[in-house]
Design a protein around this ligand. Sequence first.
Ligand code: FES
Ligand SMILES: [Fe+2]
Length: 349
Amino acid sequence: MNEHVRAEARHPETLPAAWYSDPAFWPRERERIFRRQWQLFAREAELAGPGDYLAGDVAGWPILVRRGQDGRLHGFHNLCRHRAAMLVPDGKGCRKGIVCPYHSWSYHDDGRLRIAPSFVPGPDFDPAEFGLIPVSVDVWRGLVFVALEPAQSLADWIRPIDARSRRYPLEDMHFHRTVELEIPVNWKAFGDNYAEAYHVPAVHPGLMASLDLKSYRVHTHEAEAYQVHEAAKREGGLSDGLWVWKFPGLFLNMYDWGMNVARMEVPDPRRIRLVYWYFFTDMDPARKAWREEVFQWSVKIGQEDKDAIIGVQRNLDAGIYRTGRLSSLVENGVVQWQDWIRKELGKAA
Ligand code: FES
Ligand SMILES: [Fe+2]
């Protein structure tokens, strides 16, 4: 670090601890952030045939995406318009039609109400008013995204990171495995940790042994709300890294051996569920042991982060710590992420 850079160091304040522990923030975060942002929801390969569906949670909203007999993907709130039953349980499946398991109302592929047994259309019941509530669905490079009220199209939302990840041909890679990690922390604490490599020497011995940490850079892109991290491989290391994170919850973790795509599900303000899909480029049967080594190396990094942030969350809840300071040099990604949170939550509803 030269003296010129040192002179420019600033130490902005962190988000207050209460933002991670006070449940009053959650309704505002759902409305101002999660309602408007695209969320990665599925791999298109999971929804290949007519009737294939996937149901899951998006920031506390049960969501259903299903491929209709027309071959198109349709997204809905997983919510029957009669008395609010879930139409299908969370998870994957294939159904010829959409029939509510509670009192058997059924719906067309596009969500229109088809049959409501024993109900008679009339002045107090117009079936046209009781269709499923749609959500936006779109696909990018074999990944299915949903949004409740997107501020922009998926193509526009994803454009800046599309270019950054183009040299990693996700479509041509081989799906390897899914890893799920549930962490009992507020979603912003996960972001804070992801946004910097300042913790790598202390927390991640395996990553440290692989990367040339001196080459690690975090590039922030305020207008398009994403950041890019990159680091070269150390001599003899297992992997390099290029990490692209589009706020709030899309992570493209790219390596010379393949990539994992992660989505952050936020079912409530006290918990996140991370779903990682691993892809490899080299599927040579002779290299199976190497793939397993790389895979385990990567999974371990996630576990190490989990342990670190659970402790942080405990202290954010305990009420002693109020705010801290960040380094604009080695935590510039955290500064950008937290500024983005402040800006989004400050926006008029
Ligand atoms: S709640 Fe769905 S049919 Fe009654
Ligand atoms: Fe980490």
